[in-house]
Design a protein around this ligand. Sequence first.
Ligand code: GTP
Ligand code: SPV
Ligand code: MN
Length: 613
Amino acid sequence: IESPTARAASPLAAFGARPEIQGPGMAALVAWVEEIAALTRPDRIHWVDGSPEENEALLTQMVADGTLIPLNHDKRPGSYLARSDEGDVARLESRTFICSEKQEDAGPTNNWAEPAEMRATLRPLFEGSMRGRTMFVVPFSMGKIGGPISQLGVQITDSPYAVASIGIMTRVGIAVTERIAQGAPWVRTVHSVGAPLRAGDEDVAWPSNDEKYIVHFPDTLEVWSFGSGYGGNAILAKKCYALRIASVLGRDQGWLAEHMLLIRVIDPQGRAYHAAAAFPSACGKTNLAMLRPTIPGWRVETLGDDITWIRPGEDGRLYAINPEAGFFGVAPGTGEATNVTAVETLWGNVLFTNVALTDDGDVWWEGLTEEPPAHLIDWRGEDWTPDAGRPAAHPNSRFTVSASQAPSIADDWEEAVPLDVILFGGRRATNVPLVVEAFDWEHGVFLGSNISSERTAAAEGKVGELRRDPFAMMPFCGYNMADYFAHWLEMGDLASELPKVYQVNWFRRGSDGRFLWPGFGDNSRVIDWIIRRLQGEAEAVVTPIGLVPAPRSLNLDGIDVSRQDLDELFAIDVDAWLEEADLTEEFYDLFGERTPAELRVQLQELRTRLQTA
Ligand code: GTP
Ligand code: SPV
Ligand code: MN
């Protein structure tokens, strides 16, 4: 559909016609696109074919429109910087809704609205919301196209920034449209920044709307997002589909969609193990996914850094894939001293958002180098010097880069792997030891259901405030969290050989506020202990909260952690844990009868162990 106002000079104009693909599923796709166009009234419709030429044209267009700043080609080839609107810098949990038919299916931890009522709210917002803009139709696959655990979707969006991001984060293009045409199932996702342009209107670099909605209809497998252009609010394949909608599919079909990284760990004898780890947003998944072990002989290969889908295989083990194709990683804190692999991954072809710009056209953020440059343009576009008294990069500034660029990526990273270990973690200044092994699967599910973590800048809210984030899925579970706990327990029956479960905490602090554990590459010491546990080669001691490393069984060769710090890292304060148990009970009570009885039993057993300790 070409309107008379289409800019003939647009580099994108050479692309974007509806593909002439035949098949029984094509009519439904075309009808849906036409229905959304009739509602949102874009000037043009562009069907994304996923070609490199199209991507190039899209980037050129965004530079011309002021959305992207091209970086110095000699320093950072093929890379760009986007600066968001100041009110559009993170996920918005308060504006995120799960609109299941029944409120109890969304549960007390999700915002809910009656589906018909929400549709009535959204309709006037989307009416004409794409006027003056191009509507992109983006077919995508989560997991490799045609893979046994993969799922398809289509995102309609009026944000070229979202299109470029989806192009990095998923597999986009004609091959997906062909499968949809053949009749493969797919999820409908609609996104508008909510900033229609009237004739003569000047556009802004980052269009958005003060009113924002991120809405999921799990019963009809739809996502509708309005008003935000940022990350998890706009790349709907990611948190909206691959976690919230997929978790519902998993509940109904016997699998799990998790907020987890996925790695292969290779021990000094060359034996390979697979681990998935759930940590809340901005709590270390990308870093652990790219771990460079500080102990000799060990290697870690990256499979995924944010989302993992897990299914029982025919041999009775649990198999996992990373459904994504890229990393949308936190920039601050990423540097040579912490995550060399990420620094190397970012050599070029990166879309940066809200980091600082250097005078020679490269990027900088807190932690990239020890000393900041003498002058920068900060994430808001203002002059910045080290004495400015404010960060140069937004704390939730991010990089978007293809997973294949990581030097640590496994050769077979698109294939499913059998899981040996599951880790649960959070950001806890107190109470939670460096590592605890679960007694068994049920106890492991209990540990997952109890994760609390200090808030980070990845979503709105007060940074540092402790909040419950079970399985790191509080913002991402698309159904009643108590049913989700039950589903995890059931997975224990669907598999005959289960992964071992551990709780970890890299973030415990001493009374002076300093981190007690060096973290980053030295987290390999914890992984080493865990793998030696699987092999039956490392000793553990029983405590009321689980099994912890026996004295000297954790490899501390070559690091400087004082005896006192080590004691504090593993200290179990019985009174504090009894208080935590009370909070757990309060939390479980939120769900009433729906909380699985097994978890109530676990809680009672924990209290008994603590009281008799
Ligand atoms: P999302 O992409 O939001 O899901 O975040 P993530 O879980 O992938 O977190 P990421 O690995 O990006 O780390 C977030 C922040 O935690 C960064 O600033 C890291 O430098 C910091 N971090 C990661 N691992 C460690 C660690 O072992 N110790 C300490 N002290 N900080 C860490
Ligand atoms: C997170 O917040 O967990 C992220 C970033 O990975 S976002 O895609 O914005 O959700
Ligand atoms: Mn995440």
